[in-house]
Design a protein around this ligand. Structure first.
Ligand code: NAP
Length: 344
């Protein structure tokens, strides 16, 4: 065991904050980190807040999309305690809280994880290498692509996966939203602030979205639904000009002029780092137990990388808390084993 294993022996397992000197000058990083958190969505920030308050000095490597999916959403109305907040603001508050308790945040992207540990080795896109005695994987999920002709070529030229980012460019225009879940309706409603017409194309004739969003969308005069239909191709020279829609009941195809296509058809887990290293289910989500442990002792996972059922900011945050508390216990036990004469 490394002499740099720097856990505070009197780990604070209560909900009380330890004495954190917020003004103290930054100490150099240990050669072996206690815990590295990979990802900066609600699961990552929550794990950071809890491990930081347990004096573990977590290092959080934020990834390419700082704040995760919640930072790309519009209004959040179902995060307990916050009646209404914009997604980017919620993400920024989480980061601020995590940093306040001493989380080191690195704006970098993890390209490689050596899961043979502890210590585990993490390498990043900027060429940095870290070692850590525990890992919390919170890499989340990314939007699923339609996989149709024209989609990739016209991404950023009318095809988008983020209404918050791109809605502004569609003032007075016609857009199509694909999907029938909460995201499609929520972001479709957001797009009505800009677009003249929003058509929601859904492959069935029943929505998956919750009742409140369904009611709001159905009552919005700018929203129309195109039922039982899928997008077969997205067309246009330099930008989106039309989509080819296929009606799955009649089999009929039609070319429909539009300026933009917003795709909200679910997500895929960001699991590339863990392939052939950690156990996954058939959909590629990490398998964890109730204590958020993956198949590798010392590697925990939280949020959408291991959850394809709940997928809420609040459930991801809760899973991040649980992973942090279990990582803390794991590190305490690991440290015990480091004592000379320990039999375990
Ligand atoms: P989702 O609930 O998985 O819905 C995906 C939608 O895309 C479904 O309607 C599905 O159709 C459709 N779809 C899937 N693959 C398709 C394909 N290849 N072509 C055409 N359509 C396809 O995903 P989501 O809406 O992103 O929501 C993810 C999670 O976040 C959910 O748990 C949701 O409740 C949550 N969320 C909540 C809120 C909120 O509470 N305000 C907001 C956003 C997201 P089928 O219905 O036929 O399967």
């Amino acid at each position: 065991m490394s002499s740099n294993f720097n856990l505070d022996l009197n780990l604070n397992l209560s909900s009380e904050a330890p004495d954190v000197d917020l003004e103290a000058p930054a100490e150099p990083r240990p050669a072996i980190e206690n815990v590295i958190i990979i990802g900066s969505g609600p699961a990552g920030w929550s794990a950071a807040i809890y491990t930081a308050r347990a004096n573990l000095r977590p290092l959080l490597i934020a990834g390419n999309e700082v704040g995760g999916q919640i930072a790309l959403t519009t209004e959040v109305e179902n995060y307990p305690g916050l009646e209404s907040i914009q997604g980017p603001e919620l993400a920024a508050q989480m980061q601020k809280q995590a940093e306040r308790f001493g989380t080191e945040v690195l704006l970098d992207y993890v390209t490689e994880l050596d899961a043979d540990g502890p210590p585990f080795t993490v390498r990043t896109a900027s060429g940095k290498e870290f070692r850590a005695n525990a890992i919390i994987a919170a890499t989340g999920a990314s939007p699923r692509r339609l996989g149709v002709a024209g989609e990739e070529r016209l991404t950023g030229r009318g095809v988008s996966y983020c209404a918050t980012c791109d809605g502004f460019f569609f003032r007075g225009k016609d857009v199509i939203v694909v999907g029938g879940g909460d995201s499609a309706l929520q972001e479709g409603l957001f797009l009505t602030k800009f677009a003249a017409r929003v058509r929601i194309v859904h492959r069935r004739d029943q929505l998956r979205a919750g009742a409140t969003l369904q009611r709001r969308a159905q009552e919005n005069p700018k929203i129309e639904f195109v039922w039982n239909s899928v997008v077969e191709s997205i067309n246009g020279e330099k930008k989106v000009e039309s989509v080819r829609l296929k009606n799955l009941v009649s089999g009929e195809t039609t070319d429909t002029a539009t300026d933009g296509v917003f795709v909200y058809i679910g997500h895929l887990p960001n699991n590339q780092l863990f392939l052939d290293k950690l156990a996954m289910d058939e959909q590629g989500y990490l398998i964890t137990d109730k204590l958020m442990r993956t198949s590798a002792p010392g590697i925990f996972a939280a949020g959408e990388i291991q959850d394809h059922r709940f997928k809420q900011a609040a459930t991801s945050a809760g899973q991040g808390v649980a992973a942090a508390m279990e990582a803390e216990k794991y590190l305490a036990e690991l440290e015990d084993r480091a004592y000379p004469g320990h039999k375990g």
